[in-house]
Design a protein around this ligand. Sequence first.
Ligand SMILES: Cc1cc2nc3c(=O)[nH]c(=O)nc-3n(C[C@H](O)[C@H](O)[C@H](O)COP(=O)(O)O)c2cc1C
Length: 181
Amino acid sequence: MTVSHKPTTAATEASSDTATQSPAERSRALRDTLGQFATGVTVITTLDTAGQPVGMTVNSFNSVSLDPALILWSIDRSSLSYTAFTECERFAVHVLKGDQQHVSNLFAGRGADKFGQVKWHSGPGGIPQLDDCAALFHCRRTQNIEGGDHTILLAEVLEFAASGGEPLVFHRGRYRALAGE
Ligand SMILES: Cc1cc2nc3c(=O)[nH]c(=O)nc-3n(C[C@H](O)[C@H](O)[C@H](O)COP(=O)(O)O)c2cc1C
């Protein structure tokens, strides 16, 4: 049987076509195509060098290794929180629940007063910890890896806990609910 690897009609809403696309159009098409990959949504928090809480919404979070326990995520070089995260010793990853879209929107705001509008406390190492989430990972940053306009942060998981519940899902630029089992 011959298997075709050509994109189907359904998959060609966005595509790479250097002959007709401007760099901006190609970038938009790449973004749209990457957006087909559904992810969970996290809020990642740390302290800046002045000891102020810092946090941002992140969906590039992923598992790397079980032994040793490693995770990664990538941060845009233009984020206001860039220096805080790329130089911190520790950070906390909060996996959001399905009903926490407002928390995702809050922490996706640029430099907004994010911590005045959610319940949180100081967790291990003084790192800000949101009071409610589906899962929590306290991490020690181990490596920064340059990745174009982002920097990949690799980290060791020190502590973790899960409270379960339906997760918040992000797909094609929108929040979604998980389809029933
Ligand atoms: C669902 C979602 C996922 C996001 N994932 C990331 C990510 O993985 N990395 C990143 O740098 N920004 C990501 N962002 C954008 C940041 O949350 C946003 O730029 C935020 O304003 C950064 O805050 P800051 O500029 O105050 O540091 C995401 C935003 C949303 C809504």
